[in-house]
Design a protein around this ligand. Sequence first.
Ligand SMILES: [Zn+2]
Ligand SMILES: [Zn+2]
Length: 576
Amino acid sequence: MQEKALTDFISSGALHKGRMLSEDEIALLKGEGVTFAVEGYITVGGNDVVLRVGVDDLFPQSLPKVYLNDPDMLGFIPHVGPGGSICYADTEGIILNTEYPVSLLNDAVTCAAQVLEEGITGTNRVDFMDEFMVYWGRLSPSKLILSFVRPEERVRRVYAYYDSDGNCSWIAADDSSVCSFFNYDLSPMKSLTQRSAIYIPLEKAAPITPPEPDKQWTIDEVRGIVKSNVSDQNLREMQRLCKKAKIEELVVLGLPRSSGEFTLVGLLFHQVTGGHPLIGGTAKDPPEPVLILRCDPQYLWPRGGGDVNLSTVNVMVVGCGSVGGHIALALARTGIGKLTLVDYDKMELENIFRHILGRDGLGAFKTKALKAQIERKYPFVEVSTCEQDIRQIVNCELTKLNMFDLVLFATGNPTTELHFNKLLHGMEKGPLALFSWVEPYGIGGHAFLTRPGTSGCLQCLYEPADDRQAALHSRVCFAEPGRSFGKDDLGCGSRYTPYSGLDAERTAGMTVRLALDGLNGREQGNPLISWKGSKDSLEAAGFETSYRYGQSLDQMHDRRYEYVRSDCPVCGDSIR
Ligand SMILES: [Zn+2]
Ligand SMILES: [Zn+2]
């Protein structure tokens, strides 16, 4: 199959004087797994360039590999790796049409030729900056440092944290940025000593040619690069910060990428004497290249779709059951900086399949087990817990409602939630309130956002069940009102509402999206959002659906604000 494709490719004439390579010649190619390859030449920018095109066993499910036969013949240009391999395609998002292997080979050569052409003319020089880490990695740095420094455009002092063996593991602008990565747990820092280092951002304008493989930058080269690529102001600040020097000095360079982001690389100067090597001192030459991995929120959050602007947002989740548990974990992935979890329940065996904790934390408070799981998984979020009944502790310090930007209820207890709806709507400047609940038998779930002091509140979603007014029922639920869906396994007090972990997760996902929309202002009103599942299980269990269930999702969306009752005892006209 592969051989046939390559023979056809030779016949297509894409390479001049194309010929199959022998097994011995293939063995000399530094391409991993190449089983068949051809050689021939193309003309690029007036040069005859000999290319080798190889395929591996997976071809045509893998891309062909293209090599420059003489890696140095076009000089040091972007996207040509050691051994001459040409990176001609961004594999992310490419879907290969495996029906046409010869076309794949032809395309590969065309793209590779273009990469070389741009290299010769210099039009892709900026790619050096975007792929700087790749080139830095080719210097085989033996040290890796995690960086919590937020790269900015000014020179600044940063701190390097050394362990007792003299290895630097982190750099940060201050302790607190390290703390936030470890969820404000100080213990990882205790055994480390701090030494100062310097961060130097280079200017956006000039692309800097990365060091060639096996050719580390010398001290003179580093000085030259810094001097010609920093602003006067940054140069002065650098000179000020470099007045004193230690025996070992770490310099972190910020290299601007075309996206506006920075790549960080480190240079470790050993045996420093006579002042800082950047301003006249000497050191062992060349300085040691160090790999720096960015772990700052500005870099990590956007990579996962999180929002760095939420880092100051403070959210309380009341109710950490199946829905609340999924909500808590999901919130921790959004960029929210502070989370307070409130629940007095402990994790029980019966919950394991629908609670996100699963077997984790059996017998422990759900709040504490969730905090532990969040901190094990995600950085930058500070989690507090409270193991008391929200109705009893609302006046204590931790749960003073106006400390929060959003209070999210997933208690499964409408009576409690209506109480808080009233409390929040009575506050001068109350936080956003969000109520989330799941219905039985997988028929759906709801999230309801309300802004205290505006019309449209949780109370509006209820009406008296009958003339006696003792009980309320929901106007918006999907299951017929007035029925109890609790299942009783073991007798009194062990009733549970039948819904699955998937239902809980779906409701939680919808709720967290609404929370974000409310917090970042995309949602300005008080909407009721629902998802709708199949009614089969509900009906099989002998229940019926409500009028609202009969609406289409589009209808529900159009009417998401149309539940407001002007006679609402909490938010109605008479109150305002
Ligand atoms: Zn590349
Ligand atoms: Zn109301």
